[in-house]
Design a protein around this ligand. Structure first.
Ligand code: 0L1
Ligand code: MG
Length: 261
């Protein structure tokens, strides 16, 4: 893929993110033949632009991690992107709806590894043996595309809709819980809007980290110790509005919440 085209497409999604405005998906007109591999080239350029602007990577995130969603999008693999320092929301804090386009939230289980994991052939058992802590999290996704309407290459080029993350501080050792049966309710203003269990994430959230390590190894990269890793939404995402109080309650992992102004 031509370098100028990579830059043009990265500017297209990244400028929309910075200016908080919707754009038509790349594959609609701009470049209909975009492949997933090319989507990652565009994503890499977006990430480099963010790094050059002084932002720092906090950790990777996995997306499209439910079997139903993968089937719907006709893919065998989930996708990954990156959470940056300017996306982090502290537990109990407020976000302003004006800082986003059309944000949604999804509850996730996060991992912190005690050692780097390098694929290929990383297994969920390798992940669990290398996990220092698991923790509750809420991801804020905010696709830059109109109505969250995109193909898989489009969403990869858009850093997998990454826009915010609340990392819960209730850290647990991975052997303290059966993560596949950890339940979660996602409530808005005290009303349960969605619920699910850890198994919704590729059967077990450790599978998601293993898949991440194996996908990154295709680029000669690894999952790094100490970085918080978002493993993917346990429920479908819920749209936010000004005035919302968002809370996620986990069996065995506590609660996390934040406000929307
Ligand atoms: O984190 C996610 O699972 C979202 C990936 C991108 C799909 C979306 O924006 O709905
Ligand atoms: Mg997510």
């Amino acid at each position: 893929m031509d370098k100028n085209l990579i830059k043009e497409l990265a500017d297209y999604t990244h400028n929309a993110e910075k200016e908080k405005r919707e754009i038509t998906k790349i594959t609609a007109e701009l470049y209909p033949e975009l492949t997933i591999e090319e989507g990652y080239l565009v994503q890499e350029e977006v990430i480099n632009q963010k790094l050059e602007a002084g932002h720092k990577i906090i950790g990777p995130k996995m997306g499209i991690t439910s079997e139903a969603k993968m089937k719907q999008m006709n893919v065998d693999n989930p996708i990954y992107g990156y959470v940056f320092d300017n996306m982090v929301v502290n537990e109990g804090d407020s976000i302003s709806i004006d800082d986003y386009i059309h944000p949604k939230v999804e509850p996730e289980i996060g991992f912190i590894l005690s050692r780097d994991l390098e694929g290929p052939n990383v297994t969920p058992l390798d992940v669990l043996r290398s996990t220092e802590y698991v923790f509750p999290a809420i991801e804020i996704i905010d696709s830059r595309y109109e109505n969250f309407n995109f193909t898989l290459p489009d969403v990869v080029a858009d850093n997998t809709s990454a826009a915010g993350a609340v990392f819960g501080t209730n850290l647990k050792r991975p052997d303290a819980l059966d993560l596949d049966v950890v339940g979660v309710t996602l409530s808005i203003n005290g009303e349960i809007r969605n619920l699910g269990a850890g198994a919704a994430v590729l059967g077990h959230p450790a599978n998601s980290v293993a898949r991440l390590a194996n996908m990154l190894s295709e680029k000669g990269e690894k999952v790094k110790a100490g970085q918080p890793i978002l493993t993917g939404g346990i429920t479908t995402a819920v749209r936010l509005s000004s005035g919302d109080y968002v809370s996620a309650k986990y069996g065995g992992l506590g609660d996390i919440s934040f406000f929307v102004k």
